[in-house]
Design a protein around this ligand. Structure first.
Ligand code: GDP
Length: 453
């Protein structure tokens, strides 16, 4: 089952449970868990992980059951949603409280890539180079794959397209030597991030792993990343265990999470190696790389929007002043209609819409149902509606419209839309505002953790 369908199945399992006011609490939870676990297993998630998730959800919900006899109570509904959300996050979270690798400016940070041929290693090297380059680092790429004819050409083409300096050799056959030379050159030129691409294939697997160990000994990477193709299903677990034994990578980039990836096998691989996913590849283009966070991933999977990724993306492309103001608001737990308008305008400029839409509550589902063109039309309509609001309305939290519904009629008329269109936008902005509040709650020092939606 592909990930988009997995999200839909989990959502409907939870929604069915929440609306079944008839049966008793325990039966309802059992039915919901049955549907969730079947969906996870059909997506290739390892059976032990699924059973752990099932037991955890069940025991948490039974523990806090109290006097509840049914799920119709609002608090109970929230508890069920939050418990499922939290446990799904735990399923993909392998960070174990470790401090993630953060490259430092004004020194050489070496990142080595490992993974099988075809996993998306060379593409991901370039994507990561672009990612850091956009964040102000001086980045260089080294091709230490001397095994595959054409490997250097491929990296070179990618690097030229992305305007990233590169190093490699057409004649040298010793990958360890090329890696050492490339690093020496870039270090001398004060590059801050040096990314080393290694071979993904050999006559014998044994030699591939031996070569990786040797390169690693010379390169002394600050971080080793394994690239894993999300679409390979259950095989991901075995593959990553084999790599872990020889290269002891500290992070994973999961590629091909766009399209029809089942993804569950890869999620299980993460658990098997106890290594965090740091990025996911969501397409063939150099910008199709998203920072991975368990909360963002699960929020998107369930179609409840994803503030974290949205702002991570927005920060790199938008008017810094606008984003700063919005970020400040979010940190205070606010998200006004004006924030909504600014971000909508930026998103319209950004494209491809499909990547961005998944981050906005309600948008991902709309995109799946009506397609990109229609979603784009709807977004334009939203901007017309927001354009027709007064400054006072835009700077408000939206409640002004509920207190005075005549404002909605005025805005609908002014923008050539309907009152229902205006109401829909208000609903979306309210969802974002609720998420902003959960961002605030999740900040250190705040009481309670992030709330599930
Ligand atoms: P390598 O052999 O591991 O270096 O793999 P490549 O970087 O050459 O990638 C193999 C193929 O996968 C190429 O056609 C890439 O364009 C494609 N690819 C890499 N990452 C992604 C991704 O995130 N999504 C999609 N759809 N394709 C990808």
């Amino acid at each position: 089952m592909v990930l988009a369908d997995l999200g839909k199945r989990i959502n409907s399992a939870v929604n069915n449970a929440l609306s079944s006011a008839q049966s008793d609490y325990s039966t309802t939870i059992d039915n919901m868990l049955k549907a969730i676990t079947t969906a996870l297993l059909e997506s290739d998630v390892n059976i032990q992980l699924v059973s752990r998730l099932r037991n955890n959800i069940k025991s948490k919900l039974m523990e806090s059951k109290g006097n509840t006899k049914s799920v119709s109570n609002g608090q109970t509904k929230k508890l069920i949603q939050k418990t499922v959300y939290d446990e799904l996050c735990a399923l993909v979270d392998c960070n174990d409280g470790q401090e993630p690798f953060r490259p430092k400016k004004k020194q050489s940070n070496i990142i080595m890539f490992v993974g099988l041929q075809g996993s998306g290693k060379t593409t991901s090297c370039t994507k990561l180079a672009v990612y850091y380059s956009k964040r102000g680092f001086k980045v260089g790429l080294v091709c230490a794959d001397t095994f595959r004819a054409g490997a250097f050409d491929q990296l070179k083409q990618n690097a030229i397209k992305a305007r990233i300096p590169f190093y490699g050799s057409y004649t040298e056959t010793d990958p360890v030597k090329v890696a050492a030379e490339g690093i020496a050159k870039f270090k001398k030129e004060k590059f801050e991030i040096i990314i080393v691409d290694t071979s993904g294939r050999h006559h014998q697997e044994e030699s591939l792993f031996q070569e990786m160990v040797e390169i690693s000994r010379v390169v002394k990477p600050n971080q080793t990343i394994m690239v894993l193709d999300a679409s390979i299903g259950q095989a991901a677990e075995q593959q990553s265990k084999a790599f872990k034994e020889s290269s002891d990578f500290g992070a994973i980039i999961l590629t091909k999470m766009d399209g029809h990836a089942r993804g569950g096998g890869a999620i299980s691989a993460v658990a098997a190696t106890n290594t965090p996913i740091i990025f996911i590849g969501t397409g063939e283009h150099i910008h199709d790389l998203e920072k991975f966070s368990p909360q963002s991933f699960i929020s998107k999977l369930l179609g409840i929007g994803d503030m974290e990724s949205l702002f991570e993306t927005l920060q790199t492309v938008t008017n810094k002043e606008d984003t700063k103001a919005t970020m400040e608001n979010i940190q205070q737990g606010k998200f006004t209609l004006l924030d909504f308008k600014k971000q909508m305008q930026t998103i319209m400029k950004m494209g491809p819409l499909s990547n961005i839409a998944q981050m906005i509550p309600g948008m991902g589902n709309m995109m799946n149902q009506v397609g990109e063109e229609e979603t784009s039309r709807s977004m334009k309509k939203m901007v017309y509606v927001l354009d027709s609001m007064t400054k006072e309305e835009l700077e408000s939290d939206g409640r002004i419209f509920i207190d005075e519904p005549s404002r909605m009629v005025r805005v609908a008329r002014g923008s050539g839309t309907s009152v229902i269109d205006v109401e829909m936008i208000l609903q979306q902005q309210q969802m974002m505002a609720r998420m902003a509040q959960s961002v605030k709650a999740a900040q250190p020092g705040a009481a309670g953790g992030p709330a599930g939606n």
